[in-house]
Write a protein that binds this ligand. Structure first.
Ligand SMILES: [Mg+2]
Length: 282
């Protein structure tokens, strides 16, 4: 391997939100604020990467004073502020504010698959797109606001499974064969495109790399099992300790940190350590 001078390395940090940059209980990001500011002033982009929707992410990104691209719905789409790069990435579409890369599937395509599949196999689930807010509230116990929010997705369809486990396994196999992935959340089975937080992060890193000769290196940070794909593709993986569950297991990663503290406090501690070590080697 060619030795790369430190000054030729550009770091990029991808980070989960809930339980990572945001406290598991209070949703506060305050313990991470000073570190986030320091990264911004030293030119290290922080990419927010979550299962949340575009609308949810836009609000949080504002609260975090973040101006960088962000990744929504478990790797389904990457939103790049227009003008962020010297020109539009080749495969991106655009709307008024963003260049949008879509490694995932549009919800309309997922719904078309569900319609077709249900004709042959039935639909032993509550399909959000077809349900009223009242139906969702009645079936899930969510509040009206939570139910509406859960239904405002652009790249995935939450299903409340009402059939048995073998029907579910058969459905998952048919969805995979049709080119979709599934993700079991706490409450819902999500149908989405064949993407994940890691694939989207790699695509965005490649996009950054197209515009410069400096070598990009990735730090990824998260607290849950759906962060593992992103942690696997990172040069440095940071597992943020959770007050609610044990750290997910990531065997054989060459550069793994599990934080001592939980949430944003643990995140800030790990990031500070990485850059402190980095400075002593330069
Ligand atoms: Mg999380």
């Amino acid at each position: 391997m060619t030795k790369i001078a430190r000054q030729d390395i550009q770091w990029l940090i991808a980070s989960d939100l809930d339980g990572t940059l945001l406290d598991h209980f209070s949703y506060s990001h305050q313990p991470a604020d000073a570190t986030l500011e320091k990264l911004e002033s030293s030119g290290v982009p922080v990419i927010l990467n979550s299962s949340k929707t575009r609308d949810e992410m836009v609000a949080l990104r504002g609260a975090l004073n973040n101006r960088h691209p962000f990744i929504v719905e478990n790797g389904s789409a990457i939103f790049i502020p227009k003008g962020y790069f010297p020109h539009k990435p080749e495969l991106a579409r655009e709307d008024a504010e963003y260049w949008i890369l879509e490694p995932g599937a549009r919800r309309a395509d997922i719904l078309a698959f569900l319609r077709q599949d249900s004709e042959a196999h039935g639909a032993p689930y509550l399909n959000f797109a077809a349900a009223s807010t009242k139906d969702i509230v009645d079936a899930t116990g969510l509040t009206r606001i939570e139910a509406k929010k859960a239904n405002q997705r652009n790249y995935s369809e939450p299903l409340l499974w009402q059939g048995d486990e073998s029907q579910k396994q058969a459905f998952v196999a048919r969805a995979n064969a049709a080119g979709f992935a599934t993700l079991q959340g706490g409450r819902f089975l999500h149908v989405l495109g064949q993407t994940d937080k890691g694939r989207a992060t790699q695509l965005l890193k490649k996009t950054y790399q197209q515009y410069t000769d400096r070598e990009y290196r990735l730090i990824a940070s998260g607290d849950g099992p759906n962060d593992l794909d992103m942690l696997k593709v990172a040069d440095v993986a940071v597992i943020v300790r959770s007050p609610a569950h044990p750290p997910p297991s990531l065997p054989h990663h060459p550069s793994l940190i599990v934080t001592r503290e939980t949430g944003p406090k643990g995140w800030a501690e790990a990031i500070k350590d990485i850059f402190a070590t980095d400075a002593t080697h330069s």
